[in-house]
Design a protein around this ligand. Structure first.
Ligand code: ZN
Length: 412
């Protein structure tokens, strides 16, 4: 009987929604390599902390600290003279302010782009929008570990044209990514309808709104701060970082061997079915010349390499940096937000096994990018819904710069 109760308690715990009352996000300002190394080693002492920005990078480091550790972490930082400030006072409050309760949205007529959507709603929206538009087609990308099928929207006015692929939601908790990408599909279709958007006369666009379905569902049901896939590798923790799992310097610098780390590279290269699904789907599209993986947050518009420093092969570096600076100019012109551009390894940190590098180096897609949308940390992953539309508008301005480069042959 006792065993039965214990089992019930464990099961109940397993299904419980993780709460974040009085958890804080601390912004720390390491001033030298020693302090940076101390931050990097903090999970050994405080295993439940969660880096929202990597200590490997340059500049500040945002750390989500569970309530139980807040006091001890602050003492640790003070003792080591690492300057810091409380950036999020109570994470649960941010999560509750992020979205308001609403009925399920399952038809296109009442579909509200200015709210966050469940995975089922996104799939239904893909069905509906492709059924209602003559230029949009639903395509299956593949399956997930837990058996969910995920899809892409192909936008094409016909004929054979160079293609631009926009991938979204690979990191589960970055909710503004799928939201902005669904908006992008709508903008492309609306523009084609009213004739304002001529870009689809020259290129095809493929949008994958939610490419880590299990992780995304898990952020709705269990843990809002989940980032990885949900594969069970019989290790201490579940899931793999689907943006460290690609066969491009796999398991190298900027990826973790620890299954509990959010940047865990996985038991083997291409171990994740969501990753191989995307790889095979994109590889089967003829003449892809542009690719972007859309993340949040930090406001960056980046290009290869991630896994090493130094420019991508010439003359691509000139092309990529020009598109990068044109993109952030176009983004800033919409709502005044300032984004940063450059190689991933320069702008944030060295990261191995990522999408942008694989599509650039292994698939030969010249115009390969990785973006981090709003904001710069005030809300972090919990960007309030009222910011979805402005975020989507400025993102679309940036996407159009890449689309135009594909259209005019710059990326060929
Ligand atoms: Zn991400």
């Amino acid at each position: 009987m006792k065993v039965f109760f214990v089992l019930c308690a464990v099961v109940a715990l397993g299904n419980a929604k993780r709460l974040f009352h009085n958890d804080q996000v601390l912004r720390t300002f390491p001033e030298n390599v020693q302090q940076r190394n101390l931050l990097e080693k903090m999970p050994e002492r405080f295993p439940m902390i969660d880096f929202w920005t990597s200590p490997k990078g340059v500049g500040h480091v945002d750390i989500h600290v569970p309530r139980a550790y807040v006091g001890a972490v602050k003492v640790f930082l003070a003792r080591n003279r690492i300057n810091n400030e409380v950036f999020v006072e109570d994470l649960q409050k941010n999560i509750e302010q992020e979205r308001s309760p609403r009925p399920e949205q399952m038809d296109l007529a009442s579909f509200d782009y200015n709210v966050y959507h469940t995975f089922d709603e996104i799939q239904q929206w893909i069905n509906d929008i492709t059924a209602s538009s003559s230029i949009a087609t639903k395509m299956s990308v593949g399956g997930s570990y837990e058996g969910r099928e995920f899809s892409a929207v192909k936008l094409s006015t016909g004929g054979s044209k160079p293609a631009f692929v926009i991938n979204c939601g690979i990191h589960a908790r970055e909710w503004v990514s799928p939201a902005a990408c669904m908006y992008a599909v709508k903008y492309f279709i609306d523009g084609t309808n009213d004739g304002s958007e001529t870009i689809l006369n020259s290129i095809d666009v493929y949008v994958i709104p939610s490419s880590n379905p299990d992780g995304y569902v898990y952020t709705w049901t269990n843990d809002r701060m989940w980032r990885k896939t949900r594969s069970n590798n019989n290790l201490r923790c579940m899931g793999v970082d689907p943006n460290r799992n690609w066969d491009v310097n796999w398991s190298g610098e900027g990826a973790s061997a620890n299954s509990c780390n959010d940047a865990y590279y996985g038991p083997s290269k291409f171990s994740e079915i969501e990753v191989t699904s995307q790889r095979d789907f994109v590889s089967a599209i003829p003449n892809v010349q542009g690719y972007i993986d859309v993340h949040a947050y930090s406001q960056y518009w980046m290009y290869p390499y991630g896994y090493k420093q130094g420019p991508p092969s010439l003359p691509d570096s000139a092309i990529l940096s020009k598109i990068g600076s044109d993109s952030i100019g176009a983004i800033g012109a919409v709502h005044g937000k300032s984004f940063e551009t450059g190689a991933i390894s320069d702008v944030i940190y060295i990261a191995s096994g990522s999408t942008a590098d694989w599509f650039y180096e292994k698939a030969g897609i010249t115009c390969s990018f990785a973006a981090e949308l709003r904001d710069t940390g005030l809300y972090g992953f919990n960007l309030p819904e009222w910011q979805i539309q402005p975020a989507a508008e400025e993102t679309f301005a940036g996407l159009k710069v890449i689309a135009q480069a594909v259209a005019d042959g710059t990326c060929a």
